[in-house]
Design a protein around this ligand. Structure first.
Ligand SMILES: Nc1nc2c(ncn2[C@@H]2O[C@H](COP(=O)(O)OP(=O)(O)OP(=O)(O)O)[C@@H](O)[C@H]2O)c(=O)[nH]1
Ligand SMILES: [Zn+2]
Length: 345
């Protein structure tokens, strides 16, 4: 921490966001001897006047803060992110929001049963590559599956080069393969639908000490539990797991880069289409359709590609509109004359 030397003044430092409530943040100020947990709030002048939705801190964000002798710390700035997941803003016309930041790996959690879905895997992979982190596929419920190799092969064929771990959180089988992605300073984020076993998996990673190691839990007045806000779980080995409800409403976003990586086979085929702007429908000389016809490319995969592409284009348009609106709003607040009018509105 950088001390000002004046006892009445506040202290500036950087901190890690570990949980987000409606207006309050839980932060961890990392210090040489021991980390300090604090509550913090946003410096409103910075966030509500100058910054758009994307800049609002989320779990995993590193922020610049100002601690106060009494009361909550103030968050002054969100530091640049190495990776990030966004979700659409629930308020129409508003910029997307970050839901998790600065993670090294995205654990795509899927169970090895009828819930397993290849289209969902494409969607998760696209989002994961787009986030800037590395995806790892975690196939759960190995103890209930007669032929785990079937699922492992399926994933390996669909996502060449992506690591796959088949595990049972109940018997502990396969959990050792997950360890290589964890360790001090590593952060992973979980992505997976309800019931696939994310909580059980995290409990298995934590061992018996889950509650002591900082699953940041508390009941609010309505008696709801952790899942009502974004949170980070600190594992005994120093790694961090982000398990946030925001991840459940994740779109693919404007996922050009994520699409390119996830569907590199289709992108590669498309290079050989006769027309540069081929939509791979009924155009003559379409190399993609040809691959579908002769069985090299599953039709399911092409349909899913088109669906995600359309979704990404829609998200892009939505974001551009929201960004323009945000810019106008910032301009308006900065211009004193307009600000008066704005306040009067
Ligand atoms: N046999 C077996 N059951 C498992 C395993 N993992 C999870 N389960 C069971 O699957 C059910 C769902 O597991 P959860 O861990 O609650 O799933 P989740 O993904 O956290 O679900 P949400 O909290 O709704 O997001 C529970 O009944 C678990 O006991 C496993 O490896 N083996
Ligand atoms: Zn084509």
């Amino acid at each position: 921490m950088e001390h000002t030397g004046n006892k009445t003044e506040n202290t500036k430092a950087t901190a890690l966001i570990t949980a987000v409530h409606r207006e309050r943040y839980e932060i961890l100020v990392e210090q040489e001897t021991s980390d300090t947990k604090l509550n913090a709030r946003l410096k409103t002048g910075v966030y509500y006047q100058d910054k758009g939705g994307e800049a609002f801190p989320t779990v995993g964000d590193r922020v610049r803060i100002q601690t106060n002798r009494c009361g909550d710390a103030l968050i002054l700035e969100t530091l640049p992110r190495t990776s990030v997941f966004y979700r659409e803003n629930p308020t129409p016309g508003m910029e997307r929001q970050a839901v998790a930041a600065n993670f090294d790996y995205v654990f795509l959690v899927m169970s090895m049963n009828h819930d397993f879905n290849q289209n969902r895997l494409d969607r998760y992979l696209t989002a994961a590559w787009e986030s800037g982190a590395t995806p790892v596929v975690i196939l759960t419920k190995k103890d209930l599956c007669e032929e785990p190799e079937y699922y492992v092969n399926l994933v390996e064929r669909q996502a060449p080069g992506v690591a796959v771990c088949a595990v049972s959180a109940v018997t502990g089988e396969g959990m050792e393969h997950v360890q290589r992605y964890l360790g001090a300073g590593k952060t992973v984020v979980l992505l997976g639908s309800s019931g696939v076993g994310k909580s059980t998996f995290v409990n298995a990673l934590c061992g018996e000490t889950v509650m002591d190691t900082g699953a940041i839990r508390e009941d609010d007045s309505k008696g709801r539990h952790t899942t009502t806000y974004r949170q980070m779980i600190l594992l005994p080995d120093g790694s961090r797991v982000i398990d946030t409800p925001g991840m459940r409403v994740l779109g693919v976003g404007d996922a050009k880069c994520g699409m390119d990586t996830t569907f590199s086979d289709i992108e590669e085929l498309a290079q050989h289409c006769r027309f540069r702007d081929c939509r791979h429908e009924k155009e003559t000389g379409c190399a993609v359709q040809e691959a579908v016809r002769d069985g090299r490319l599953p039709e399911r995969r092409l349909l899913n590609y088109k669906k995600l592409l359309a979704e990404a284009a829609h998200a892009k348009r939505r974001e551009e509109t929201a960004r323009k609106k945000q810019l106008r709003s910032v301009e308006r607040k900065k211009n004193p004359v307009r600000k008066k009018q704005y306040e009067a509105e």
